[in-house]
Ligand binder design. Structure first.
Ligand code: SAJ
Length: 418
């Protein structure tokens, strides 16, 4: 049996490597020449603990190879991005399925009777049916599940990934999987395939429910974080310590409030709820509001910094704003990682640097240098920032900050650790 994985990014590459580690022939397909070359050397082009060893072994033992365009296989797993189409300010962002469509066009010519096609990418409800239609439009000689219940030539399913970046290798094996076949046979074939390395349960449902399940998980977390973020703004107004409040409320046996912060980042939780909102805009009111609450939190933090600057200048009337040094602690999108993509902490720091006439310092223990688009920000060691800055803005609860004591001066602590 040969498995082909289309898209060798954060999900596709680890998945391809897991199959290959079980001595299954895997053909990885990616349009990025650099990714293909790197993988064929036994190396990786993304950051994920333990993945390098698995890929290197799989390639050297001959079970994994990467190519630019699909070759025949028995199962195709599609793990390509599903980004947004560009939207105007205030409009609901809509998902862009162009990479799924391109993957369909690429694999259609090599599809044969008996093959299985699985969509792993996080997708709006209906995307799997759309994928089946794209394939059927090209391969009119094959029978697809939408036309023939359990008698189709090609089997199609949606099996969303739900692994946590940084723990992908473990979670791929241990997490339960939702298997949404377009027919019962499609589901059975998919379970058989995943069982080669998945130790968690493979739970069968239909494709639409599987699509919605993935979006529901991340929307649930987004709504819960929005609740915590709204509480933090209310408590600030009412002069109540929100972290003490949450820990008290969480002593109730049926309450479990998440933690407020500077906003919600990453490529999943801040994105997936929009897939529900754009599908059912009139109905998804709470999910839409939660997205706005979390998206507006960085601006609230920036306003707090402006107030702090004004307070400082009132205390030292001989100084002006350009004499005030601001330190931002943490730039990553969550603690103890080096991932700056879609990070509210980074966006807050950048925005402060654009408007503030004085010095802006950043402390980020997980990175060594800042990219050129982060202007007017200098990277400092914690100790130097602590002594140099007048206003200290804690944005990420990295372990290094948790063990250090609260800096002297004005402190804005968005994570409640100081
Ligand atoms: N955050 C808070 N308060 C909290 C928890 C998180 O503000 O109490 C913030 C974080 O700082 C971060 C953002 O939320 O900015 C998201 O972080 P996260 O750790 O909650 O999630 P991700 O984006 O790293 O991964 C999520 C996971 N989904 C869920 O936990 C429901 C993961 O299992 C998914 O596979 C992943 O999205 C994905 O790929 O969809």
């Amino acid at each position: 049996e040969t498995i082909s994985v289309i898209g060798l990014g954060y999900i596709g590459l680890p998945t391809a490597a897991m199959f290959a580690s079980r001595k299954i022939n895997v053909i990885g397909v990616d349009v990025n020449q650099h990714a293909v070359d790197t993988i064929n050397r036994g190396e990786i082009h993304i950051v994920e603990p333990d993945l390098d060893m698995i890929v290197s072994a799989a390639v050297s033992e001959g079970y994994l190879k990467a190519v630019l365009s699909p070759e025949p296989a028995d199962a195709f797993l599609i793990a390509v991005p599903t980004p947004f189409l560009p939207s105007k300010e205030g409009e609901v962002p809509k998902p862009d399925l162009c990479y799924i469509e391109a993957a369909c066009k690429a694999i259609a010519p090599v599809l044969k009777k008996g093959d299985l096609v699985i969509l792993e990418s996080t997708s709006p409800v209906g995307a799997t049916e759309q994928m089946a239609k794209w394939l059927a439009d090209i391969r009119t000689d094959l029978v697809f599940p939408q036309d023939a219940e359990n008698k189709s030539d090609v089997n199609i399913a949606h099996c969303p990934e739900r692994v946590l970046p940084g723990h992908v290798v473990r979670e791929l094996v241990e997490n339960d999987r939702v298997i949404g076949g377009m027919t019962a046979k499609c589901s059975e074939r998919s379970v058989e395939l995943y069982k080669t390395f998945v130790k968690g349960s493979c739970v069968i449902t239909n494709a639409r429910t599987a699509e919605m399940a993935k979006l529901t998980e991340n929307s649930c977390r987004d709504v819960q974080i929005a609740f915590a973020n709204e509480l933090s703004i209310i408590c600030d107004q009412l002069d109540i310590d929100v972290w003490e409040l949450i820990s008290l409320a969480n002593r109730h046996p049926r309450i479990n409030i998440l933690q407020p912060g500077p906003g919600v980042g990453g490529h999943c939780i801040a994105v997936d709820p929009w897939f529900i909102v754009s599908k059912t805009p009139e109905l998804a009111k709470l999910i839409h509001t939660a997205r706005n609450v979390n998206d507006n939190k960085p601006d609230w933090v920036i306003d707090k910094v402006k107030i702090a600057i004004a307070d400082y200048l009132q205390e030292y009337p001989s100084k002006s704003a350009k004499d005030v040094t601001i330190a931002c602690y943490g730039l990553a999108f969550k603690p103890d990682i080096d991932d700056l993509r879609e990070s509210p902490a980074l966006s807050i720091c950048k925005k402060i640097a654009i408007t503030h006439p004085g010095r802006v310092i950043a402390v980020e223990p997980n990175i060594k240098s800042l990219s050129s688009d982060v202007e007017n920000v200098v990277l400092f060691e914690f100790e130097k920032a602590e002594t140099d800055a007048d206003i200290h803005v804690l944005l990420v609860d990295h372990k290094e900050f948790k063990v250090s004591s609260k800096p002297r001066g004005i402190v804005i602590d968005t994570k409640g650790i100081w």
